[in-house]
Design a protein around this ligand. Sequence first.
Ligand code: SAJ
Length: 405
Amino acid sequence: MKVCVVGMGYIGLPTSLMMASHGVDVVGVDYDPAKIEMLNAGEVTFEEKGLDELFRAAVKAGISFECGYPKADMYVIAVPTPYDKVSKKIDPAYVVSAVNSVLDVCPQGSVISIESTISPGTVDRFVKPAVQAKGFAVGTDVHLAHTPERIIPGNMVYELEHNSRTIGVDDPETGEIVKSVYSSFCRGEMVVTDIRTAEMTKVVENTYRDINIAFANELARICRRDGMDVYEIIRIANMHPRVNILQPGPGVGGHCISVDPWFLVGDYPEQARLIHQARIVNDSMPDFVLDRIETIMKMNGIRDVSRVGLYGLTYKENVDDVRESPTLQLLERPLACGMKVYDPWVKNDIVDNQYHDLDAFLADVDLVVVMVGHRQLRDNTEILKGKLVFDTRNVCPKGIGVYKL
Ligand code: SAJ
């Protein structure tokens, strides 16, 4: 069984490595020659716990990386699925283009599985027509599947092995083929269902989390109005056996939770009311943080915004991914212009006034706004001693000069 994984990004790379290190014959494909060159030179393209070790094991087991598409029995498509910021609908162009490239080489009877998150109906509306347009019969010439990933950045390798999986297929035989590939490494339960259900399930999972984070964020805003301690309230409420409130924060970033609910809002504007409101609440958190920064500056006589430093640029702790990050969202506001920024995980210069040395950053600011609770800070909160701190992630102990959301 030969598998070709298309897209060597955050999902495709670990998935291909996992398969290869468990005995599957795998080729990893990406249209970016720089990425392929890097992988062939023995370097992974992003930082993730356990990824280096997994990479070495996969290379030893014979994985190869190429720009061109090879012949294979199964193709796993793991390319980006952006959404149109105005219509809120998915842009399936990368998926369709990858499928078209596969169709140019795939042998009769091969399986094409979409691993990327797609909005419900994408396979019927875009993938099947693309296959048919090339003269292939779906279900005989090629078999389609949807195997949405569920792994969390920061714990991807563990979750690849242990999470249960959804396999969406049109016929049970294809389900068995896909199952056999994933069961090479996955110890979780594998649920085989139809493609439409698999598409919907994936989006529902991330929407559930978005709504729950929005609830925590709304509670933070309610508590702020009357000086109540939202963290203590959540801690106590969560002692109830059927309550499990998430943590408030400066907003929701990443390429999943802040994006997927829009697929439902875009396709079902009349029905997806709560989902839409949750998006609005979470998207407004950077403004709430900015208001708090202004208040804290006034309270402490700080007039110069360039004396404010944002700690953290990534969308969450202990990853190097900055996509849709609350810090980037905040920096788009004119009022944030001139603020200084530091993130131990972001090695390149991606914004103005970005520091790469923590001491130099701290020396140049009076107020530190903790936007991300990276391990570096969580385990050493004393590094902020003597500074005014606005802690949006609740990682610093309470104390004089420490403000919370
Ligand atoms: N966040 C909070 N409060 C919380 C939890 C998260 O403010 O209590 C924020 C984070 O700081 C971050 C954002 O939400 O900005 C999303 O982070 P996350 O850790 O909740 O999720 P992701 O985006 O890293 O990964 C999610 C996961 N989905 C679910 O947990 C339902 C993961 O399993 C999916 O595979 C991934 O989306 C994906 O690719 O779809």
